[in-house]
Write a protein that binds this ligand. Structure first.
Ligand SMILES: [Zn+2]
Length: 427
């Protein structure tokens, strides 16, 4: 079975992504390269990308001309003088961003944003393959191959016709997924997971299933990697996930436009996929990504909208790829106090502190409907110890500026979109 699924994968790749394995082999060669070597690769690729974008993308030609930009850079730092772009640009100028060059093969990519704005664009085959190869290299860190049997925690409540199509695709990819969330379905799914090697999907959904698996006292073994994507992984998820699946949830960070940005290594550090993306962090901690292989639809200094910090340390795993220290989530609306505003990230720190100082993990969501007031939704049963800890941290950060109320909830609804841990409903 293992041989067959590998064969299907390799044959599929030959047709769809002919350069996948050559690019993968190339990436394996620089897996332990020095930081200088990696930056040299980045500079070479960046130089080529900028020239190509200026020549073949009408949008970038106009943008760079307007800013009197010389695309002949000599160092990575030179890029900081270039203008940034956002998702709105990718949607509004979609036609003129696309390169006028012809590519042997292009693949359509589609994404829907948090507020529904859809984006579609073409990736040249090498770009698509580079992304897959990058992910495949990271799976190696966990002794997992993309064709290994895996469980997928994604869409649910799919209509029956849709489910048939999905099931066929899943079978081709050696993937099993759960369609219903009642105890019986989860018990059956858990049985099937015993022959799977890895799990992936929305982190909040993996967490909900993990809790159910623990409640039902189901035994699952043989899982080597649990990968959460698309949402923040809260510390509160980890104990349940570890108990249920035998390993903690690791994070993959990226987006369709940017490609794979970073992946967590077994030492717990998220390494940037440096050969393929160039990452900058601006003064507001917002990430700016350049996809170094995005020839058909250049992504240059793209504001993804996430708040991120980098670490300046060496990882024990031996890889020199720069480490993403923390992803704080989406750049959100401000928290509105009685007389001043606070960054949306503040709640993240409130609960992070409680976790670090007291070893108390609280699953939360903050919502604001009125100036100077906030509603903290907390998962679990009423707990006075938690309330004392929350009160201490809240007053430390907000003083008299923000009053709050706590609402306990049995469990959060899983959301099929990037979750925000602070949401403002103030118009
Ligand atoms: Zn590492």
């Amino acid at each position: 079975m293992k041989f067959l699924s590998k064969l299907i994968y390799v044959l599929g790749a030959k047709v769809r992504n002919p350069s996948l394995f050559p690019i993968y082999n190339q990436l394996k060669q620089t897996e332990f390269a020095s930081l200088e070597e990696l930056e040299a690769i980045q500079l070479n690729r960046l130089k080529a990308l900028l020239k190509e974008a200026y020549t073949y993308s009408p949008f970038y030609k106009q943008l760079f001309d307007e800013h009197s930009i010389d695309v002949n850079i000599t160092s990575l730092n030179d890029l900081s003088t270039f203008p940034t772009i956002s998702k709105v640009d990718l949607i509004q100028h979609n036609d003129t961003i696309h390169s006028t060059q012809t590519f042997a093969k292009k693949l359509l990519a589609e994404t829907s944003g948090t507020s529904g704005e859809a984006l579609a664009f073409y990736r040249n085959e090498e770009w698509d393959s580079t992304n897959r190869a990058g992910v495949m290299r990271c799976y190696d860190w966990y002794n997992v191959k993309p064709w290994d049997k895996n469980g997928y925690f994604w869409g649910y409540n799919i209509d029956p016709n849709e489910a048939k199509k999905v099931k066929l695709l899943d079978r081709l990819q050696n993937r099993i997924r759960i369609f219903r969330y009642d105890d019986k379905s989860i018990t059956n799914f858990a049985k099937e997971l015993n022959s799977a090697k890895f799990l992936s999907g929305y982190s909040s959904m993996i967490y909900q299933i993990a809790k159910k698996v623990n409640q039902l006292n189901l035994k699952i073994s043989g899982i080597k990697m649990v990968k959460g994507t698309s949402e923040m992984i809260l510390d509160a998820y980890q104990p349940e996930v570890k108990q249920a699946f035998g390993c903690k949830m690791i994070s993959e960070y990226g987006a369709a436009e940017s490609g794979l940005i970073a992946f967590e290594c077994p030492e717990g550090n998220m390494h940037i996929n440096m050969e393929n993306v160039y990452v900058e962090i601006d003064e507001n901690k917002e990430i700016i990504v350049t996809n170094l292989v995005s020839r058909s639809f250049p992504i240059i200094r793209y504001r993804l909208g996430d708040i991120v910090s980098l670490a300046d340390e060496q990882c024990k795993c031996g890889r020199k790829h720069t480490i993403v220290k923390e992803i704080y989530g989406r750049k959100g609306a401000s928290i509105v106090g009685k007389t001043k505003d606070y960054p949306a990230l503040t709640f993240y720190y409130v609960f992070k502190n409680i976790a670090l100082k007291n070893d108390v993990l609280i699953n939360y969501k903050a919502e604001q409907y009125r100036k100077g007031e906030v509603l903290l939704k907390v998962e679990g049963k009423p707990n006075t110890e938690w309330e004392q800890l929350i009160d201490k941290e809240m007053s430390k950060y907000f003083g008299e500026e923000l009053s709050y109320s706590i609402q306990y909830t049995n469990k959060f609804e899983s959301q099929l979109k990037k979750q925000q841990y602070f949401e403002s409903f103030i118009k």
